[in-house]
Ligand binder design. Structure first.
Ligand SMILES: [Zn+2]
Length: 431
């Protein structure tokens, strides 16, 4: 099954998990066997869900010979539970050395990130306070209590719309004092800070690079971030608490898989429901005996890169053109074809004066766009948005537009750009 070292590691992960990890006992009979190609063996297996993790962490995913109880006692592992709706919530066996390795290996894809993570560095983190692993807190904490070694956690509010001038000043002062080499940020949060600093003429420390993660980076976010950090490389980094770092954007703008700590299958969306190499991201972890995942459905979609290899020259693992957003944030055009968050963002985020938006689809042809406008742009956006939405979803789309003072994040701290108010079954999209 395995000719090169990467394929050999994938085969070993598959065979090791089926043989020695309790949860996969029931999957063994589905494996077509070691004489079949790795891809065929993987594709024959089911998809692992967050519900499976919630029901079987920790012991279900720890390799036999390792004891979760001993691991906790020795401080090797801990349980991390992420926040959000029930469907989003995850329980993860956290093994810090593996996580650190995943971060370092993924950083090698982009020269600016690699230069930072190769050696000692300072890192500032700006996300929802619910998104930063064990540091879940909301409310005022002195800077010393938000500093963990080389890490500074900047934010204390669930909704960045609640940052007042003093909060913005505090974060800018802390960045300027801490002088991080890298800012790891949720793009929606960093965009709000960037905009506030530009408007108030507040100087901001310029790091060696910015890594965007946690949620989909809208063109709206990138526009503000690039204005506040001109010339600083802004790199998209994709991963999850369960899987570590999975894809990193290279200097040529495509995303490459981290083959050191994961294998990825992209399970295609049926041709009848979408066009062009779109699929969901299924991750198999490599080299972490404390938490062995096979074909874990992160809940996000990616579009595979087709045609010639990337200009950067990397050919290891998968190359994706883009992360397309969450599967449950898909909407549908009037003919029933799936529209991803990225397709939506490409279509409407360039509208002049648009600060934030969300599409809500309530029927096969009914769409409401809620939006936040810059001062003075309200009228122009009210006229411009409906035609942009119809161009994307179909000329027979019924579109309403409503201006909002702000749009709040979800309970998880993530901002949702698209949703449907009717029930549909995500599993039906996949071949
Ligand atoms: Zn590349």
């Amino acid at each position: 099954m395995a000719s090169d070292p990467y394929s050999a590691r994938c085969a070993a992960a598959l065979e090791g998990a089926l043989a020695a990890v309790p949860f996969y006992r029931g999957w063994r009979a589905l494996d077509p066997g070691p004489d079949r190609p790795a891809a065929e063996r993987m594709a024959a297996l089911p998809v692992l869900s967050r519900a499976d993790l919630r029901a079987h962490v920790p012991d279900g995913f720890v390799r036999s010979g390792f004891s979760a109880r001993d691991g906790f006692a020795a401080g090797e592992i801990e349980i991390v539970t992420t926040s959000g709706t029930t469907a989003d919530r995850a329980s993860v066996v956290w093994h810090q050395p593996w996580w650190d390795r995943s971060l370092r290996e993924a950083a090698r894809v982009h020269p600016a990130l690699e230069a930072v993570y190769r050696g000692p560095h300072r890192e500032a983190v700006l996300t929802s306070p619910m998104c930063t692993g064990n540091l879940c807190h909301v409310g005022e904490l002195p800077v010393a209590e938000r500093t963990l070694g080389n890490l500074l956690f900047l934010n204390q509010e669930l909704d960045p719309a609640r940052w007042d001038a003093a909060s913005v000043r505090r974060m800018a002062d802390e960045l300027n004092g801490f002088q991080p080499d890298v800012i790891e940020a949720d793009p929606a949060y960093l965009a709000v800070l960037a905009r506030a600093c530009i408007r108030s003429d507040t100087p901001l420390h310029q790091p060696a690079c910015i890594s965007l993660t946690y949620e989909f980076p809208s063109h709206l976010h990138l526009r503000e971030i690039r204005r506040a950090f001109p010339g600083v490389p802004v790199v998209s980094s994709y991963g999850s608490t369960e899987t570590g770092y999975v894809f990193t954007e290279c200097e040529a703008g495509l995303l490459h898989q981290n083959t050191a700590t994961c294998h990825v299958d992209i399970q295609p969306v049926r041709d009848s429901r979408s066009r062009g190499r779109l699929g969901r991201i299924l991750v198999t972890t490599l080299g972490n005996p404390w938490f062995e995942l096979l074909r874990f459905d992160v809940g996000d979609l990616a579009r595979l890169h087709g045609g010639a290899p990337c200009r950067c020259g990397r050919t290891d693992g998968l190359t994706v053109e883009a992360i397309e957003g969450r599967a449950r944030d898909l909407t549908f055009d009037t003919r029933g074809m799936a529209v991803t968050v990225r397709q939506l963002d490409d279509a409407i985020a360039a509208a002049d004066g648009l600060l934030a938006y969300r599409i809500e689809q309530s029927g096969p042809r009914r769409y409401a766009v809620r939006y936040v406008a810059e001062d003075g742009a309200e009228e122009a956006l009210a006229a411009a948005l409906p035609p942009l939405v119809r161009d994307l979803y179909g000329p027979d789309a019924e579109v309403t537009a409503r201006r909002e003072p702000t749009l709040a994040p979800e309970q998880s701290g993530k901002f949702r750009l698209a949703l449907t108010t009717f029930e549909w079954n995500v599993e039906e999209l996949f071949a």
